[in-house]
Design a protein around this ligand. Structure first.
Ligand code: UD1
Ligand code: CA
Length: 450
């Protein structure tokens, strides 16, 4: 079945008390809008239309960064959810199929639930996603007759009897696109809020003899974010689900509550993650790796058998091959570390290639930035970089070469050569003793005269 997404993201989110549009507040490293887009993307939509309003420019940037084919339409005035959906009409004018309406501030609707809705939409004209609310609060109420959804009544407009209904509207709707826009045309704003309610299309459809029903999901999926407190709840809910999923998938988390994951974190089976590890966006860790305590990873790939940390920092573009070692207080950025290479202590390796089985001594730094531009460092296979070597990029150290400790390497080193670039050692016999005696005598004189 052809599908298109309409994602409502125009609202201001007043209760967030923020300059950032609500839908761009991050959960697990990505704007909540992206969570909604990613869930929708599992339906392989033909079009994804994001309805932006407040902060439209920033919302557009984020939407396009995730899906460059997404269309963003602007709802200049927020006149209600029905009016918001109507803004997608032009973008979908040539589309034939089912439109699914999602909210950008409701990040956790699952792909399975969306698939259930698509399934139901094959035999029913309008399908609404409902949930049994623990506290129905101000949600719209679903008025059912058997399996038929008769109408949705907004809390503000509901009678006492209707307010007693606990089956609530999540906001997600599936409907043939042409029919959806046709029904919305008939929606007015004569209600308690003076808004064009998307929810009115149910009653309108039933009045025309069309069918409507509700698919239900767990309340956790419909969690909406309206405040910073709810944002924190959403983050916590995401983290506990993601940790549980990883453990089911065979990853050991020694202290799950202290490990933070991103929306897109991938970790292979039998990898061991010690306490207090942070995964930013874009991390893939293969099976059988070991991430030791207090490491921070983002935008990187860690291969099988690698041991990272404790206290390692892997930044975007860090590509670690099999059986590599990256130890404490080591930062790797935009650099490939080839199989079996070791960077064990106190180093910065950025914009670099480290060949297989190279050994990078403690305190080594690739001096990649000249204040204006970034430059590349090549470190050959089986090379040995002495402790505290400064590699002033652009520079290359050949395969099997060595650098002496404390060297400042400014020109290329040939394969198998030893490069020394430091002041030669000078030794003055007896000088230390003489100097000490002189200083002690000086101190004694000062004490006598004071
Ligand atoms: C809406 C539903 C309600 C449901 C609830 C679930 C309607 C009339 N009511 O109520 O039945 O229980 O969601 O959370 O649909 N938006 C726009 N443009 C607008 C108005 C809203 O883009 O003009 C977006 C908002 O940014 C938000 C979403 O639509 O993402 C829902 O809007 P909101 O005002 O929060 O609707 P509710 O009153 O919560
Ligand atoms: Ca809301």
């Amino acid at each position: 079945m052809n599908t298109s997404l309409i994602i409502l993201a125009a609202g201001k989110g007043t209760r967030m008390n923020s300059d950032l549009p609500k839908v761009l507040h991050p959960i697990a490293g990505d704007p909540m809008l992206i969570h909604a887009m990613a869930a929708g993307a599992t339906l392989e939509p033909i079009h994804t239309v994001v309805v932006a309003g407040h902060g439209a420019e920033e919302v557009t940037k984020a939407a396009i960064a995730y899906d460059e084919e997404a269309t963003v339409v602007v709802q200049a005035e927020q006149l209600g959810t029905g009016h918001a959906v109507a803004q997608a009409r032009d973008a979908l004018k040539d589309f034939e199929g089912t439109a699914i309406v999602l909210y950008g501030d409701t990040p956790f609707v699952s792909p399975e639930t969306l698939a259930n809705m698509m399934q139901a939409a094959q035999s029913t004209d309008v399908v609404v996603l409902g949930f049994e609310a623990a506290d129905a609060g101000r949600y719209g109420r679903l008025v059912m007759e058997g399996t038929s959804l008769e109408r949705i009544v907004e809390f503000k407009d509901a009678s006492e009897a209707e307010r007693a209904i606990t089956l609530c509207n999540s906001g997600v709707i599936a409907c043939n696109a042409a029919l959806l826009f046709d029904l919305i045309d008939a929606v007015g704003n004569d209600n308690a809020s003076g808004e064009y309610y998307l929810t009115d299309i149910i009653g309108l459809a039933r009045a025309r003899g069309l069918s409507a029903t509700a698919v239900t999901c767990d309340e956790a999926e419909t969690l909406g974010v309206n405040s910073r407190a709810q944002l924190a709840e959403a983050e916590a809910a995401f983290q506990s689900r993601a940790r549980a999923t990883l453990m089911e998938d065979g990853v050991t988390l020694q202290a799950p509550d202290t490990v933070f994951l991103a929306r897109d974190t991938v970790i292979g089976r039998d990898t061991l993650v010690e306490p207090n590890v942070f995964f930013g966006a874009g991390v893939t860790v293969e099976s059988g790796a070991h991430i030791r305590a207090f490491s921070h990873l983002e935008g990187c790939h860690v291969s099988r058998g690698a041991v990272i940390g404790p206290y390692a920092r892997l930044r975007p573009g860090a590509e670690l091959a099999e059986n590599t070692r990256v130890g404490n207080f080591v930062e790797i950025k935009n650099a490939t570390v080839s199989e079996g290479a070791k960077v064990n202590h106190l180093s910065y390796v950025g914009d670099a290639f480290v060949g297989a089985h190279a050994n990078i001594g403690a305190g080594t730094i690739t001096c990649n930035y000249d204040g204006v531009m970034k430059h590349h460092t090549h470190i050959g296979a089986h090379s040995f970089i002495g402790s505290n070597t400064m590699l002033v990029a652009p520079v290359s150290v050949g395969d099997g070469a060595m650098t002496g400790s404390g060297s400042v390497i400014t020109s290329d080193v040939e394969p198998d050569a030893l490069a020394l670039a430091r002041a030669p050692q000078v030794e003055k016999p007896g000088m230390a003793r003489k100097l000490m005696d002189k200083l002690k005598a000086q101190k004694a004189r000062q004490q006598r005269s004071s």
